[in-house]
Design a binder for this molecule. Structure first.
Ligand code: GLN
Length: 198
């Protein structure tokens, strides 16, 4: 299996190390051709405005959006979640827009934007949450499943083939979320149909 990690900007190396540590191949996606043949993609943290611009400039925007809409499994963290969101608060534009949620960028403020906490991610208990100038989700459509809340804010969701997280599992030493993502890709491949991540 070949998992791609978007590598135009941001914290992609840590995701790659986690996937490789779990024994799977992980390739860096830097141009549209790199998307060919991947079984899943990780959208890392970083700066969503920069990543969105680069996706468009490098002609990856439309193919990636189409692949996700056709069921490509995606794990998005922090800026990656913002790229997926259908709407961004106080912003007239959005990016890929494949995940029917509204996100608030830098929702915890810019100065006090980094903190750690423990909570659940779906069936994964006591996961270490690392937030860095994180967004959270302020509204979501009925068919989006909430995976995590911290202080009553929604910080993790799943929807069909997409997992969106406000925090950075790749910066912890806990690989359970990456393992879950890999398992889901395998079940998607064997089912050969639209993946539901729950
Ligand atoms: N604040 C960043 C943004 O709005 C996200 C921060 C992160 O990915 N750690 O894109």
């Amino acid at each position: 299996m070949k998992i791609g990690v978007l590598a135009v900007q941001g914290a992609f190396i840590e995701h790659k190390k986690m996937i490789e540590g779990l024994g799977e191949e992980c390739i860096e996606i830097r141009q549209a051709n790199d998307l060919t043949g991947i079984d899943g993609i990780i959208l890392p943290g970083g700066e969503s405005t920069v990543q969105g611009k680069l996706l468009r400039k490098l002609n990856m925007f439309e193919p990636l959006k189409a692949m996700i809409n056709h069921g490509l499994p995606v794990l998005a963290t922090c800026a990656g979640l913002i790229l997926l969101a259908k709407e961004i608060e106080n912003d007239t534009t959005s990016h890929l827009g494949t995940l029917p949620v509204t996100v608030k960028r830098n929702a915890y403020g810019r100065q006090l934007g980094s903190f750690e906490s423990y909570s659940n991610v779906g069936t994964i208990k006591d996961f270490p949450f690392i937030f860095i100038r994180a967004p959270y989700i302020t509204s979501l459509s009925d068919d989006v499943k909430i995976l995590s809340t911290v202080d009553n804010n929604i910080v993790g969701v799943s929807y069909k083939n997409q997992i969106g997280l406000s925090f950075h599992p790749e910066l912890s030493s806990d690989n359970r979320i990456h393992k879950l993502f890999i398992d889901k890709i395998y079940s998607y491949k064997s089912a050969g149909s639209q993946l539901k991540i729950s």
